[in-house]
Design a binder for this molecule. Structure first.
Ligand SMILES: C[C@](O)(CO)[C@H](O)COP(=O)(O)OP(=O)(O)OC[C@H]1O[C@@H](n2ccc(N)nc2=O)[C@H](O)[C@@H]1O
Ligand SMILES: Nc1ncnc2c1ncn2[C@@H]1O[C@H](COP(=O)(O)OP(=O)(O)OP(=O)(O)O)[C@@H](O)[C@H]1O
Length: 324
């Protein structure tokens, strides 16, 4: 894509770079013991799904970073707490990019939110990944994908995957990624909750449950080959038999109604239902696209917010780059 310049005959000409980045589900999430740094080592299989965040980054003549949430967001955001200051992950991403860029301008970030907030689908992480890519273009920073991935890992465990997209195995804290060859589409229904769960609290709850049982968690070093095989072959039945999420019981401990949502989805025809990441979004695996649409509609009639999506989809991408 050509790179418009932002100054025209001495007059400041704002430039807007728009990037979209996907949310994710973890089709496999094995969690090891608590590490001294407060994180857990994981072995995860990420799948990027067709529910996208969008960040429009516009250069401003005055320095500084500002953030707003676009009215085009499709989420119900009343009563949802998204900080717009330096605690926002997109703000943090722009700040980190400004540090490594030679000529950063001020920037306004407008975020269109579609991924449930605190839903276990990496929505904030997608905003951060999109912002890294947008600011890299806006400020002609010229960072490689590897350099961007390195900055992404400083922002959060899920951020590198939203940059990469597709299907990937994540080791370390989820940030050490290896792309997996799995292009076949799988169809899902996401059942969104009207509340959030705190990711650290879900991890702490898992530690507490394990402590109470006297269980020493094993260090997860690899993912089950059957999962990758089912993804490669585009075989939802096979995948439904091997889906696993160690965090699920902790999420259910904090929000017991999740068990009912999973049970409802399975009774209405899903191959399998499970909590996405730290929850509370529930991901239901469908036989095919028509089934996913039918299931989403049926759950909608029962009063749930249910979305039919597919994956894998690509990671963060620039969708437009314009001078005003
Ligand atoms: C649950 C997952 O979404 C699965 O992909 C991720 O593991 C969470 O990734 P994330 O939200 O990007 O997490 P971060 O923002 O880096 O971390 C938030 C908090 O979650 C906990 N955390 C996160 C990742 C990890 N591997 N172990 C952890 O214990 C830590 O308490 C950490 O302070
Ligand atoms: N850009 C952002 N969008 C949403 N929440 C943000 C953002 N920046 C910071 N936050 C804060 O982070 C919390 C978790 O946000 P997020 O939507 O990323 O959770 P999540 O999808 O469950 O994360 P993950 O799946 O990566 O664990 C929110 O409750 C909010 O207070």
């Amino acid at each position: 894509m050509s790179r418009p310049v932002s100054a025209h005959q001495g007059r400041f000409v704002p430039r807007t770079v728009k990037v979209r980045a996907p949310g994710k589900v973890n089709v496999s999430l094995k969690v090891g013991p608590l590490r001294p740094d407060g994180y857990h080592s994981v072995a995860s299989v990420y799948l990027a799904v067709s529910l996208y965040e969008e960040v429009a980054a516009t250069s401003t003549p005055t320095p500084g970073i500002t953030v707003s949430i676009s009215p085009d967001s499709t989420l119900e955001l009343d009563g949802v707490d998204i900080p717009l200051d330096e605690r926002n992950l997109a703000y943090k991403a722009a700040a980190i990019m400004a540090e490594v860029s030679e000529n950063p301008t001020g920037v306004h970030l407008e975020i269109t939110k579609r991924v449930p907030v605190a839903g276990g689908m990496g929505g904030g992480s997608a905003d951060a990944a999109a912002t890294l890519l947008a600011c890299d273009a806006l400020w002609d920073s010229g960072l490689s994908r590897e350099e961007l991935a390195h900055l992404a890992a400083e922002l959060g465990a899920d951020v590198p995957f939203s940059l990469l997209g597709g299907t990937a195995v994540g080791l370390g804290v989820g940030d050490k990624l290896s792309p997996a060859l799995a292009k076949a589409q799988m169809d899902w229904v996401l059942v969104c909750a009207d509340y959030g769960l705190s990711t650290p609290e879900v991890f702490h709850t898992l530690d507490r449950l394990r402590d109470a049982e006297g269980v020493d968690a094993a260090e997860p070093s690899e993912v089950d080959a059957q999962i990758l095989q089912a993804l490669r072959g585009g075989d939802p039945e096979a995948l439904s038999r091997v889906l696993v999420n160690d965090l699920q019981r902790a999420s259910i401990e904090l929000a017991p109604q999740l068990r009912d949502t999973i049970g409802l989805g399975e009774s209405k025809g899903a191959l399998a239902g499970f909590v996405s990441g730290s929850g509370p979004t529930v991901a239901l695996l469908a036989h095919n696209q028509a089934e996913a649409r039918r299931l989403a509609e049926e759950l909608g009639h029962l009063g749930h917010t249910a979305l039919a999506v597919h994956g894998p989809v690509p990671g963060a991408r620039i969708t437009s780059d314009t001078l005003h």
